[in-house]
Design a protein around this ligand. Structure first.
Ligand SMILES: [Zn+2]
Length: 300
């Protein structure tokens, strides 16, 4: 079983003081408005405007999609000539729920919860469970953003070399293209960019990859906060961790969750986590090119 253990470890590290590219800092460090590299955000996409209209529609968002043209193929497709990444927080408090390690047997349940609340999120998918590849298309059709998290998610394979990483990423890119018709520019490294596990296989690889993926037109999204790994905690623990880890008052939070096999507690905790963010005054949005990009400090 492949677990995102490093994600959990790194979430702790983040709590300990690792800054993200948005200039966010844990409460103990204060501040956080520095380093903004503002560019005009191209779109806030029509996706968000559709989210409130189908809050109780548990079937499909096909109707919502018909109401406005889906421009995602043109806007989200990887393009080495586009560098319009936004590093400034949004006007309103926004949380970007992100689900790693799917699609899996749990993905439909995650979709059901999101649909019930009329929330659009982001799925960083893998190739670990080919039987569920059609869920990638289903998530996309429902208005969620698809990002890529590598095909195998095996650290020893993914980080064996720079070429090995690209081979793996291209493999999941082929899968995603076959499901949604284009290769998205959004990616997340297994373990995040600040993982130190990769050094066991190739020292310095994260520094190299972080630059190479951006040169190729991708953008990697680490996270600002996390609820931990659903395979290792109860739903109650995940909810508690969410509240603790999101208490910094960020205006933009990219929030890490998991959607893999044996992550039932994530599904169980999800409604309470959503309620928590709503209570704190957050809106929900899927990642797009205007989303504030959190980058951890690269230690390898
Ligand atoms: Zn993962």
């Amino acid at each position: 079983m492949k677990k995102c253990l490093a994600c959990t470890v790194l979430a702790v590290l983040l709590c300990l003081g690792i800054l993200c590219a948005c200039g966010h800092a844990p409460a103990s460090q204060e501040g956080g408005a520095d380093g903004s590299q503002q560019q005009a955000s191209p779109t806030q996409t029509d996706l968000e405007s559709t989210s409130s209209s189908n809050a109780t529609d548990g079937s499909s968002s096909a109707t919502a999609q018909q109401q406005s043209p889906d421009t995602r193929a043109a806007d989200f497709a990887v393009d080495p000539t586009r560098k319009d990444w936004n590093f400034e927080a949004p006007a309103t408090k926004t949380v970007y729920l992100t689900f790693d390690d799917g699609p899996s047997e749990n993905t439909q349940r995650v979709l059901d919860v999101l649909d019930r609340y009329g929330i659009k999120a982001t799925f960083f998918v893998t190739g670990m469970h080919p039987d569920y590849f059609p869920m990638i298309a289903k998530c996309h059709e429902a208005g969620h953003t698809i990002g890529m998290h590598t095909y195998t998610h095996d650290y020893d394979k993914v980080y064996a070399s720079v070429d090995a990483y690209w081979n793996d990423l291209n493999q999941i890119a082929d899968v995603v293209r076959s499901q949604i018709g284009y290769v998205p520019c959004f990616i997340r490294f297994p373990g995040g960019s600040s993982n130190t596990i990769s050094a066991n296989y190739t020292k310095g690889i994260m520094t190299e990859l972080a630059q190479e993926v951006q040169d190729a037109g991708y953008q990697y999204y680490d996270w600002d906060a996390s609820c931990g790994d659903g395979a290792e905690h109860t739903a109650d623990e995940l909810v508690e961790a969410s509240m603790a880890d999101t208490s910094y008052g960020y205006k933009s939070i990219v929030f890490l969750m998991h959607d893999g096999v044996a992550k039932e507690s994530t599904v169980e905790a999800l409604p309470r986590i959503i309620e928590y963010f709503k209570q704190e005054g957050y809106e929900f949005a899927p990642i797009d090119r205007s989303t504030c990009v959190p980058h951890h400090g690269i230690g390898n």
